[in-house]
Write a protein that binds this ligand. Sequence first.
Ligand code: AMP
Ligand code: MG
Length: 349
Amino acid sequence: MRTKIIDVKDNKLDTGQLDLIADAFKEGKLVVFPTETVYGLGADGFNSDACKKIFEAKGRPGDNPLILHIAYISQMDDLVLDFPDLAKTLADEFWPGPLTMILKRSKRVPDAVTAGLDTVAIRMPSHPIAREILKYSGLPIAAPSANLSGKPSPTAFKRVFEDLNGKVDIIVDGGQADYGIESTVVDLTVKPPMILRPGGVTPEELRKIIPQIEIDNAVIDASDKRVPKSPGQKYKHYAPEAECYTFAGRLPSVVAEINRKIQQEKGKKIAVLATDETVEDYKGAYIVINLGSRENLIEVAHNLFEALRKCDDEKVDLIYAEGFELRGLGVGIMNRLLKASGGRVKFGL
Ligand code: AMP
Ligand code: MG
C-alpha cells in the first residue's frame, strides 16, 4: 500500500486535508494522527472490518481492546449503556485530555473494538489536530498507539513512519506529541473505580474527585506477579531491543549502582537513561541520554519513548535507567520503565 503523508503546519488543517481524512475513515481506511499523548492509528470505530485492519497493521494481539476517541460529549450516548454522574464529573474535569474511561458498552460498538468485552474505553483528546479530525469526521475513532505492537509508542512522526509506512493509508505529520506517555485508563465499572494504566492524568488528580480510587498494583510493582486487569498491560510492551534494567531509590545510590554495573559489564555497549541532576555523573557508558529534570516530569515523560527508540538506533546491548518516585506523573513513567525492563527493576537503593 502507498501511504499518503499529510504535512500539517502550525496545527492547522485545510478543508481539502480534512475532507481527505474524513473520506478515508468513511471508506474504512487507516489514518495515523497526532494526539497530545502519543500518535494514534485510527479507523472508524463503528466499522468492524476497518478496526480489524488496525490489529493487522500493528501486529496487535486480538484480545487487546482499542480506545474510542470522540470530539463531543453528545457522542457518548451512542457508545455506552449508561453514562454515570461520576463519569460526567471526570469528563468535565479532564476532557479534553489524557484520561480514558472504561464504561459499559452499547450494542453499536463492534466486538473488534472491545475485543469482545462488555465494556468500552473512551477518551476525548485535546490535541488541536486530533480534535479537528474528530469533529470533521463526526465519528468515534478507534485508535491505539501508532507503533508496531511491542515497540515504544511513537511521539514523533519519524517513528510512526519507521513503523507504519506502507501499512496505513494516511499519516498526518503534526510534529511532536506533548505528554509522551499514553492516557490514564480508569475502569468505572468496578467499585471502587480502578486505575488500570497510569498515564497523563495523575493518581493524585483523580483522588481529588474519587478519594477511594485504587490502582492495579500489578502495573506498578514488578514483584506483583498477578495478571494486570487491563488486557494490554499483560503484554511485553515499550520494549527496546536491548536488555533494560531500572534502578530506583536514593539518587546517589542509584548513580553508584549504575556506575558499578557499567564497570562490571565493561566491553558492552551501554546506554544510561539519566536526568539533569545526574547526567554528568556516569563514567564509561557508550551513551548517556538525559531525559530532563526530575523537577519537571512532563519533560521526562515526553522524552522517555524517544530515548528508548534512540537506544535501538544506537544498537546498544544494555540500558540502565534511573527510576522515579511513585507519585504524580512518576507513576506512569515507572509503569513504562517496568514494562521496558520486563520486570528487571531494583528498588530500595
Ligand atoms: P493503546 O491504545 O495502545 O494505548 O492501548 C489501549 C489500552 O487500553 C490497552 O492497555 C487496553 O488493554 C486498554 N483497554 C481498552 N479497552 C479496555 C477495556 N474495555 N477494559 C480494560 N482495558 C481496556
Ligand atoms: Mg499502545
